[in-house]
Design a protein around this ligand. Structure first.
Ligand code: MLT
Length: 200
């Protein structure tokens, strides 16, 4: 997968896996990684799917309606890529924290829905429930920060709390942070995520 790897100053820090929103690329979230932890290694990946020229991490049939087969395929592809990248760059595969926005947050959630040890933790900005009706793996030891908007037209407040409860039922530790805003990624929620990260 097309990506950037920036080796951090401190090898004991987690590797931050950056996953952009629809139409973005691997450069978008680099400033956010600097706010979360400027000493951590960063692996920033570009989604392999194109929708009218816009990169995404998996196909959708319509706004908010996911192509489940492609979601499952792309989730495995990303999980396999993390295995390869950890070998190639020599970072700890068991200590990855994803930072995803929108479509990137959805594939990060899907990694946790399908693979119990894919991520050590995740910061999900405006995620949706990636799939319903499946049994999640045991997510004991996984910490998740969700930033949601009370007026988000794409990810409703109900869907944000549903995601929280699905992850908690699988034993993940989840903090849900609300902004009185829509779908946009705000500096306030990034600062709240940085505070959560420092408390890990
Ligand atoms: C998705 O397709 O993943 C969600 O609708 C969010 C987005 O617009 O990317």
């Amino acid at each position: 997968m097309k990506h950037i790897f920036n080796k951090g100053k401190d090898a004991n820090k987690p590797t931050l896996l950056l996953l952009h929103g629809t139409g973005g690329n691997e450069l978008d979230l680099l400033p956010i990684a600097g706010i979360i932890d400027d000493e951590a290694s960063v692996l920033s990946v570009r989604g392999n799917v194109l929708e009218n020229g816009m990169p995404r991490f998996f196909r959708r049939l319509a706004e908010g309606v996911f192509d489940e087969a492609d979601l499952v395929f792309r989730t495995k592809e990303l999980n396999d890529f993390l295995d390869e990248a950890s070998e190639k760059y020599g970072f700890d595969r068991t200590n990855i924290i994803a930072v995803g926005y929108s479509n990137g947050a959805n594939i990060a959630a899907s990694l946790m829905f399908h693979y119990g040890t894919a991520l050590k933790g995740a910061i999900l900005h405006h995620p949706m429930v990636p799939r319903r009706g499946i049994e999640l793996p045991d997510l004991s030891g996984t910490s998740v920060f969700i930033a949601a908007g009370t007026n988000d037209p794409i990810c409703s407040p109900e869907e944000s709390t549903e995601l929280q409860s699905l992850l908690e039922k699988a034993n993940a530790k989840v903090e849900l942070h609300w902004e009185n805003k829509g779908h946009q990624l705000t500096l306030q929620e990034v600062e709240a995520a940085a505070q959560w990260y420092r408390s890990l």
